[in-house]
Design a protein around this ligand. Structure first.
Ligand SMILES: [Zn+2]
Length: 179
């Protein structure tokens, strides 16, 4: 069972007083050993201990005896890692499904941008209108759902309609057609 302590992003400085090197024989501990938070007047190394912004526990020497430099290093360490929280807004693994309407709109815009004949664009728009009706009747709305089988089925309905029009005397065939 978790004891209720929470790990927060919190590192603190402390001075790790040397156990020897002082006194006449240079084997006495630092005389300031009782004060881990002594800022000045001490030449023992400054350490940090705590959890950094990535949630990693740190306990190490900052390789300085200056409390001021230690504070500067600590401040830089506690700057949140850049960019990481910004990216996950979009899920690159899960692209939004492209709707038929959107695909048709962009395709039509592309045709117009290319300066295609008005008649050509009109024929595409007619085709797309039929395709939208077909997809609505089948109950799908995205490009991903437009499988090969469905395209074949759509082509069949399209051809049937064309034949029906021809029977009624409406010629929608192109100039090259031999029909
Ligand atoms: Zn000391």
């Amino acid at each position: 069972m978790y004891d209720g302590c929470t790990i927060t992003e919190s590192c603190s400085l402390y001075r790790r007083h040397l156990k020897s090197g002082f006194g006449p024989q240079r084997n006495d501990p630092c005389p300031n050993s009782g004060d881990r938070l002594l800022r000045k007047g001490d030449r023992c190394p400054v350490w940090i201990e705590g959890v950094d912004t990535r949630g990693v526990y740190q306990r190490k020497s900052l390789r300085t005896t200056s409390w001021d430099i230690g504070e500067r290093i600590l401040r830089e360490m506690l700057i949140p890692p850049p960019a990481a929280p910004v990216v996950p807004a979009q899920e690159p693994d899960k692209p939004q499904p492209i709707t038929l309407s959107a695909a048709i709109d962009s395709f039509t815009a592309k045709l117009q941008g290319e300066g295609r004949e008005v008649d050509t664009i009109r024929k595409y728009q007619l085709l797309f209108r039929e395709l939208k009706e077909f997809s609505a009747a089948c109950g799908f709305s995205t490009v991903a759902h437009l499988t090969f089988e469905r395209l074949v089925a759509f082509k069949l309905t399209w051809m049937l309609k064309e034949k029906d029009k021809q029977r009624k005397g409406i010629n929608t065939a192109t100039k090259n057609s031999t029909g």
